[in-house]
Write a protein that binds this ligand. Structure first.
Ligand SMILES: [Zn+2]
Ligand SMILES: [Zn+2]
Length: 785
């Protein structure tokens, strides 16, 4: 073939092209078409050097894309003609070269259908092998040290392939040809069983031991792909109660793992779209409306929630547990049938700490939490929590972790390389280069030392993986956040300028970055708490955003937070404060008088001591839930709002009610009349009234701003937009009014998007320096400082 070569081209493919079986595909195609040359990974790209006749090369390029591996996503194919090399023979996969990561780092992929079939094929040499992977499935990011994605740069490096595996690896016709993570029972990682004391038990079948514990209602730790889980039988009331008590997590919903859709009958209202999402290569948790039997069969799984988090098995070990529970059926029919087992699967961590990934730490920290440990000796190099999404149109992400992160967002313009540190709760990092922003996996809440360490590690890992030296560092305004302090430190070390971005401005900018908007837009941020430019606690803001600049058009009328932080955990304090400030002494006494601390709260309000004000929309949900008696204490973020939404869904929308809101001359939205009206409502009706009037009030507020500014585009951001009723009704109404409405579609609307907003700020700011002008926060009629 070499003799006839009359053309040569070097192809550069970017996108998701590594760790998905692209090099074997390039090789097979070259052999089929009779072109010669080589293929290799370079940085995050895939390069192919081919020569043949011009028509062969054309056919090669066409077929390369037309039949690409299922998980590949080619973003660009660049072809560069090159001089012919004489006497070339054959086609080779050659050594990878380092270089900047311009493509997407490979993400972790669920077990594929072909590997699943092999897992339960008694004649296959990998029958029941818990580390089954191929060129198109298995862990990637979680075990990768550095790109490019080659075995030597992963934690599989520790396992020398046996002759059988090597033979498959080197055979261009085999689906494990150049599969970097491929192994078998003879050469690969192994499962291990540790008893309740953490002692390694030799000569037992780890899967059989794990199932024995689960069947007895015990709690086990299971090491998976991006971290370790705690697992128990979801139908065992006692097991779940014990898990809640040991994890110090009294009410927060747990996700449940079932084998397949048939097993969900009565548990969740599945539709084809949810099924499609659950079956995806990223294998997320999908929040799905509860079915009629959910609360009775899985008692205590997701109390006071309208939805339940569903996941399917994604790692071989998960499937092996379901297989074991049926006593190892020999044929594969069981995979399609309803399976009685439902497993609670929750991150193995102690409340607030990051997900545990390390065996030694697991055995040490989970003593007394787990009754047994199903671990393995394949090291997890990068932590990633399970991803969570809501099935709506479009899909809304709650958390991007395993399978979905790191995530690349294509930006509408080029800009400086920025490292953005995000905020405080539900944090992520973001690094940009050119027209691309890379968002880290979910890091979590920075109120724990371990999460802060994880942030530091992720910074290093991202900069190293992407080979980026940032031109600027961005962070939140709040001086006390660990992320702000770390950003300041790095900015000094690197001599890179520090950009501080107001929290809710960043929320709006995150939505704008995804949509490629530069403004002017109206920005509606409905959120928990963030530090405002005026030093106040903001959280329900209407902004006019133009370039990197913004003006605060107004906020929600501030609520007092008697006791500061403790009011965030005790919504009754908000409810009482609102009623007392409206002169409803008797109602306040009747509803909240029994709470220890009520008398002190009254004094605090009267003396205006330790009662900061906040415009937070999240606190309005808390106050409403408290007045309605739905939740007076919470033990996880958005607990009250979730309970309120669940009640609301059981009730039809209210007919036109009295407005119960007011827009003040200074542009604030006052919803105190609504909160006061809830005193006379039953919980269901009140939850519905609250949502309906809130939406009407927000619409009037936006209409008002639109009339004043002439701006017809609105961006939404902030954690409150995870509330499906609020989000869907507000968006529908705004569109009916002819507005262009944008909401985050790739990142969660909550604080996980802050880092992207900070990057977009730097991009817009690179062209026009910041000149904020702020309309002062309205003074409350009963201020307490
Ligand atoms: Zn596979
Ligand atoms: Zn092997």
């Amino acid at each position: 073939m070499a003799a006839t070569a009359s053309a040569r081209e070097i192809l550069t493919l970017s996108g998701v092209v590594q760790g998905v079986g692209f090099r074997p595909h390039a090789h097979r195609l070259a052999t089929t078409l009779g072109v010669v040359g080589k293929v290799w990974n370079q940085g995050g790209d895939l390069l192919i050097d081919i020569q043949g006749s011009p028509s062969q090369i054309q056919a090669y390029k066409t077929q390369l894309l037309a039949h690409q591996p299922t998980q590949a996503q080619v973003r660009t194919l660049h072809a560069q003609p090159a001089p012919i090399i004489p006497h070339q023979h054959g086609f080779a996969i050659v050594a990878s070269l380092p270089g900047g990561m311009h493509g997407a780092p490979p993400t972790d992929l669920r077990l594929c259908a072909q590997c699943l079939a092999e897992l339960f094929d008694t004649k296959n040499r990998r029958y029941r092998y818990a580390f089954m992977t191929c060129a198109e499935c298995g862990p990637r990011y979680s075990l990768m040290r550095q790109p490019p994605f080659d075995r030597d740069r992963t934690s599989m490096r520790a396992f020398q392939q046996c002759p059988d595996c090597l033979q498959e690896y080197g055979d261009p016709t085999h689906r494990r040809y150049h599969a970097q993570t491929s192994s078998c029972a003879a050469c690969g990682p192994t499962l291990q069983w540790h008893d309740a004391n953490g002692a390694l038990r030799q000569n037992v079948d780890p899967i059989a031991e794990a199932w024995r514990c689960l069947r007895q209602g015990q709690i086990i730790a299971v090491k998976g792909v991006g971290g370790i889980h705690l697992v128990c039988d979801a139908s065992c009331v006692q097991a779940m109660a014990t898990l809640r008590q040991r994890k110090q997590r009294p009410h927060k919903p747990f996700a449940v793992m079932v084998l397949n859709r048939a097993s969900l009958a009565g548990l969740a209202d599945m539709n084809d779209h949810t099924e499609h999402l659950l079956q995806g290569p990223d294998a997320p948790i999908a929040l799905t409306p509860k079915g009629p039997d959910c609360d009775s069969r899985l008692l205590g799984l997701a109390p006071q929630c309208a939805e339940v988090g569903i996941m399917y098995p994604y790692a071989p070990a998960h499937y092996l547990l379901f297989h074991e529970a049926l006593n190892r059926p020999a044929d594969a029919c069981w995979l399609e049938q309803a399976h009685p087992l439902a497993l609670v699967v929750t991150s193995a961590n102690l409340s607030g700490e990051p997900l545990i990934i390390d065996n030694a730490q697991c055995l040490r920290d989970l003593q007394g939490v787990a009754d047994g440990f199903l671990l393995h000796n394949r090291e997890i190099l990068a932590r990633s929590d399970d991803s969570v999404l809501q099935n709506s149109q479009p899909v809304v992400y709650v958390r991007r972790g395993r399978g979905l992160a790191p995530h690349v967002i294509e930006l509408a313009q080029e800009g400086p390389s920025v490292l953005a540190f995000g905020g405080f709760l539900k944090n992520t990092l973001c690094v940009s280069q050119g027209d691309r922003a890379y968002v880290s996996p979910y890091i979590g809440d920075l109120d724990r030392a371990a999460a802060c360490r994880d942030l530091d590690i992720t910074v290093e890992r991202l900069l190293e993986t992407l080979a980026i030296q940032p031109d600027a560092i961005a962070c939140d305004l709040h001086p006390d956040f660990y992320s702000t302090q770390a950003a300041r430190r790095l900015s000094e070390q690197m001599g890179a300028p520090l950009l501080q971005v107001q929290h809710h401005h960043a929320h709006c900018l995150a939505t704008m970055a995804e949509a490629g908007l530069r403004g002017p837009v109206l920005g509606l941020a409905l959120d928990g708490l963030g530090l405002g430019d005026d030093g106040g606690l903001w959280g329900g803001e209407l902004l006019l955003v133009e370039g990197a600049d913004y003006r605060r058009l107004g906020g929600l009328r501030p609520l007092p937070l008697p006791g500061g932080d403790s009011a965030v955990h005790e919504p009754w304090r908000l409810g009482a404060a609102v009623l007392l400030s409206r002169g409803r002494e008797q109602d306040a006494e009747r509803l909240f008088g029994a709470h220890p601390g009520y008398a002190i709260l009254r004094q605090m309000l009267a003396k205006k001591l330790n009662c900061p004000l906040t415009s937070s929309a999240g606190r309005y949900f808390d106050a409403a839930a408290a007045i309605l008696g739905v939740r007076r204490h919470i033990d996880y973020e958005a607990h009250a709002a979730i309970a309120l939404e669940a009640l609301c869904r059981q009730t039809a929308p209210t007919p036109e009610a009295p407005p119960l809101f007011e827009i003040t001359s200074q542009g604030a939205l006052d919803l105190y009349p609504l909160l006061e009206a809830l005193i006379d409502c039953a919980p269901h009706a009140g939850a519905r009234l609250f949502h309906d009037v809130l939406v009407r009030g927000l619409l009037a507020w936006v209409d008002n701003a639109r009339a004043k500014t002439g701006v017809n585009t609105i961006v939404l951001g902030g954690g409150c937009f995870l509330n499906r009723i609020l989000r869907e009704s507000l968006m529908a109404e705004l569109r009916t009014r002819g507005m262009q409405v944008h909401i985050p579609r790739q990142l969660p609307p909550n604080d996980s998007g802050i880092s992207l907003g900070q990057v977009w700020y730097a991009y817009l700011n690179a062209h026009a320096p910041k000149t904020h002008s702020i309309v002062q926060t309205e003074t409350d009629p009963t201020p307490c400082v």
